[in-house]
Design a protein around this ligand. Structure first.
Ligand SMILES: [Zn+2]
Length: 374
């Protein structure tokens, strides 16, 4: 998934970023702390102080989420699992792996590092809060207490044994280790993750009825997010298994229909799109691939221009296309498509276009395999 946001640092080849959605949750946390937590629990804290302390507590809270993600990332790198980026977004943090771990032991250690880190931070802050209870102002006690408490909560929440939560990943690794079946173990924890997601949504609904609308809506949204992630987690594993070792040359459409760069858009629409029902064509002159033309590119040109504008004027040129060879692993091609947000790729051999592969082709292949149980 491509995310929009701000890069705040680079560490050891890992991009550390804030998704734009993160700013929403940051403001919300500060607001909740300043208007509810401090006024309810700490009488001696003034209104102005309460906002300052809330800002401080929120920064510490999000720093500890970053540390949680770094714990995952550092253990991953030690085990040669590459991490491309760490991102904070509205529902928490994410240490994005370039590729899922290939060994159950690695997955278990990587997943476990996060909650362990949160427990450590949590108990440390709770301890400090207890120590300074009477020595410094009430306000600071409030900050330490909150950060400690929220980190322990974070650790416990993440240990719920449903995918994609850390606990789910740990349970998956354990079942995977003993059964040797990644797909089956993913299906189990993905189901548990979906049940947990529904529980969260239900809780959110109850919270809304009790009057705390923002909090309730937030729980429901987290539930929806977890539900989708749990489903796609299983789906990705099914894809990986269904496609592993399959060269894309086996799936691609060979001898695809091509269009000439000089034809007009009117011609392209009438003679190619309408007649073939394909929504995309390779643009070829004298056996040389020049680019791709897609129906969406034509859509953005005014109708009265269609007689004048030619395919070569608006096509995606060859340099901007991601090209694969027929030997490329179909799973890698699918990952490339997701990364570059494209639905189709030209397959080339010896600088000749020999086929096209689309996301649909790949998904259909897996579906057929599943139906035929091959
Ligand atoms: Zn985690």
């Amino acid at each position: 998934m491509q995310r929009q946001g701000v890069t705040i640092a680079h560490y050891n080849g890992i991009r550390v970023g804030l998704d734009y959605s993160w700013f929403v949750i940051f403001v919300l946390v500060v607001y909740m702390l300043a208007t509810f937590y401090f006024p309810e629990n700490y009488d001696s804290v003034s209104k102005a102080e309460s906002w300052m302390l809330s800002l401080f507590a929120a920064v510490l809270f999000f720093l500890s989420i970053l540390l949680h993600e770094f714990a995952h990332a550092i253990v991953a790198q030690r085990r040669n699992v590459e991490i491309s980026e760490i991102v904070l977004f509205i529902f928490g943090g994410l240490a994005k792996m370039k590729k899922e771990p290939e060994k159950a032991r690695d997955e278990f250690a990587i997943a476990g590092a996060g909650p362990l880190c949160s427990f450590a931070i949590g108990f440390l802050f709770l301890g400090i809060a207890l120590l300074i209870e009477s020595s410094v102002g009430e306000g600071l006690h409030g900050v330490f207490w909150y950060v400690g408490y929220i980190n322990v909560l974070l650790a416990v929440f993440n240990l719920v044994p449903g995918f994609p939560l850390d606990g789910g990943r740990m349970v998956r690794a354990a079942i995977w280790h003993y059964s040797g079946n990644l797909r089956k173990s993913t299906r189990i924890v993905s189901t548990m993750g979906q049940i947990f997601a529904f529980l969260l949504m239900f809780t959110g609904l109850m919270v809304i009825f009790s009057g705390a609308i923002i909090t309730g809506v937030f729980w429901i949204l987290i539930g929806v997010f977890l539900l989708l992630s749990a489903k796609s987690g299983y789906y990705m594993v099914a894809m990986r298994e269904g496609l592993s070792g399959i060269p894309v040359g086996k799936i691609m459409t060979t001898n695809p229909a091509t269009v000439h760069p000089d034809i007009t858009l009117r011609n392209l629409v009438n003679e190619y799109f309408f007649k073939s029902k394909f929504s995309c064509f390779p643009v070829v002159r004298n056996d040389e691939l020049l680019g791709f033309i897609e129906i969406n590119q034509v859509k953005s040109v005014e109708h009265d221009q269609w007689e004048m504008v030619r395919v070569k004027d608006i096509m995606t040129p060859l340099n901007d296309l991601v090209i694969v060879s027929p030997e490329t692993d179909a799973y890698d091609v699918l990952m490339k498509m997701i990364d570059s947000q494209t639905g189709r790729m030209p397959v080339m051999k010896d600088e000749q276009l020999i086929g096209i592969v689309s996301r649909k082709d790949i998904l259909q292949f897996v579906e057929f395999r599943e139906t035929l149980r091959t």
